[in-house]
Design a protein around this ligand. Structure first.
Ligand code: URA
Length: 199
């Protein structure tokens, strides 16, 4: 069993918060173990809950299109995860405590993959990883030096595909974010990463 499969098992069996009680499936991250880019969404929606896989509903279709048509990346070459690994379909607004309880799984996935670049889609992931409040409308499209759970790498902030689907007039900005991601992805091999060691 690979490390990622072990983590997925832990996630599927997790009972740390009450969200596991009413969801259909937990939604571990998905993608190649040696992915250089890790994309982090917010939380599963209805289709993800039904299928136990990240980004398989409308937001997932849009994400695939943005990756392929604007970033020139294949969906199956990036690792795609979420901040929250389970969310019952009637819970649209995860609270801080649920996010906190779930965050060790995100850390384990990051440390297992050791990506060169993390892409945060939306405010939960960006806030959690940068450890500060973030205004996506101002900071989207920015590349930062990120540190999360002992892993240092670049972090790119993007709008979430769902923002364009449900209300906000950000379609063009989202496309620009993914075009920029495509440009950044060309330089991945020159990015330095480090793991912090504790003594
Ligand atoms: N939105 C997310 O943040 N994650 C998913 O898996 C689906 C929609």
């Amino acid at each position: 069993m690979t490390d990622l499969e072990k983590i997925a098992n832990e996630i599927n069996n997790c009972t740390l918060c009450d969200l596991h009680k009413n969801r259909t499936n937990a939604v571990p991250g998905e993608g190649p173990e040696d992915a250089k880019i890790m994309l982090i969404g917010e939380a599963p929606g209805y289709h993800e809950d039904q299928q136990g896989r990240p980004f398989v509903g409308d937001a997932g279709d849009l994400l695939t299109k943005l990756l392929e048509e604007f970033a020139n990346l294949k969906r199956d070459e990036v690792f795609i995860g979420n901040v929250l690994k389970c969310r019952p379909p009637d819970n649209r607004d995860p609270n801080d405590e649920e996010i906190e309880k779930c965050s060790p799984y995100l850390k384990k996935q990051i440390l297992s993959i050791e990506p060169k670049l993390i892409v945060t889609l939306g405010r939960f992931a960006t806030k959690l990883l940068l450890d500060r409040s973030v205004k996506i409308s101002k900071e989207h499209g920015e590349l930062e030096d990120g540190e999360y759970g002992g892993w240092n790498c670049k972090l790119f902030i993007s709008y979430h595909p769902a923002a364009a689907l449900y209300g906000a007039d950000v379609g063009k900005k989202l496309e620009n974010d993914f075009e920029k991601l495509g440009e950044i992805a060309k330089d991945l091999n020159s990015f330095k990463t480090t793991k912090q060691t504790t003594f």
